[in-house]
Design a protein around this ligand. Structure first.
Ligand code: GLU
Ligand code: ZN
Length: 295
């Protein structure tokens, strides 16, 4: 029942361990793929060694295995893909689509994260500078399977954004687009914290002449105070002896009608139940940790 028309993926960043929010995203992407007989790939987004936590890569993969996830093929490591990113950045630099930016953080601090184009027409040497891509004064929109229509005006709300940092490291926005296409990904299921990165990624796909994947952004699990549940907050790494209760809780956070009897199921039975009964239309747009803990 393999459907080459669906290739999904999970793409963790090893700057921390998996927490409950990442489990919800991993589970949704895994089940959404398997429910249609699709493939599910694994990509380690290890683009930023200075921010990497020692041991996190292995811990993430081991945790996923202990939670019953099985991915297709070998893990792709972005740290081994620099040539592919360099080729694109250099091409865009030579075409004048991208340019070098030497602005300091201090120079940009009054612009609230929207780049004001200071270096756009200066012609700095890109060697020891950041590289930005020119964005058009246009809205980019897409229809998310859970979050609905999402629109962002790239010129007004984002500005020319960094694709290669001053220290030579490649930006997530660039690498994710190149690798999703290279791996043939058709369906991106991930956390809603990346909703407002998507229009930038649509624009890069357009520049590269790539097909647009389908998107499903699962609800962010927020803290009781409404803040994002993240690596900084008390979100302990997932413990391997809690797989069944935490997977049940994650399925409930995804709106799936799990019954209490599933507590006695095996890991495989639980995941298979999730795959057989999967209904993405039941996924709520937001979810709080309180709800997750109570359910
Ligand atoms: N590596 C990103 C993260 O862990 C996810 C990238 C993606 O799914 O597009 O937040
Ligand atoms: Zn600049």
């Amino acid at each position: 029942m393999k459907s080459p028309s669906y290739i999904g993926r999970f793409a963790p960043t090893p700057s921390g361990y998996l927490h409950f929010g990442s489990l919800v995203a991993a589970l949704a992407s895994y089940i959404d793929a398997r429910a249609v007989g699709g493939q599910w790939l694994m990509r380690m987004e290890d683009l930023d060694p200075p921010r990497e936590v020692a041991g996190a890569q292995l811990a993430i993969l081991q945790t996923l295995e202990r939670y019953g996830f099985e991915w297709d093929g070998e893990v792709v490591y972005q740290s081994l893909r620099h040539e592919a990113y360099a080729e694109v950045v250099n091409r865009w630099l030579s075409q004048g689509l991208a340019y070098a930016c030497t602005c300091s953080r201090k120079q940009l601090e009054d612009f609230h994260g929207i780049y004001p184009g200071l270096c756009r027409n200066v012609g700095h040497d890109p060697e020891h500078a950041a590289v930005r891509i020119r964005v058009p004064e246009l809205e980019y929109r897409f229809k998310d399977r859970v979050q609905g229509e999402f629109t962002q005006h790239l010129g007004r709300d984002v500005g020319d954004f960094v694709i290669r940092r001053r220290d030579g490291l490649y930006a997530y926005q660039l690498a994710v687009v190149i690798d999703d296409a290279w791996q043939g990904v058709t369906d991106i299921v991930r956390g809603a914290d990346l909703l407002d990165s998507t229009p930038r990624q649509l624009y890069l796909q357009e520049l590269l002449g790539l097909p647009q994947p389908r998107y499903l952004h699962v609800p962010l699990i927020t803290q009781p105070d409404g803040n994002k549940l993240g690596k900084s907050y008390r979100s302990p790494p997932l413990s391997s002896d809690q797989a069944i209760p935490l997977l049940l809780r994650a399925l409930r956070a995804l709106g799936q009608p799990v019954s209490d009897e599933l507590e006695y199921a095996s890991l495989r039975e639980l995941l298979d139940w999730g795959i057989r009964h999967w209904d993405a239309a039941l996924i709520p747009r937001t979810h709080s940790l309180e709800e997750a803990l109570l359910s």
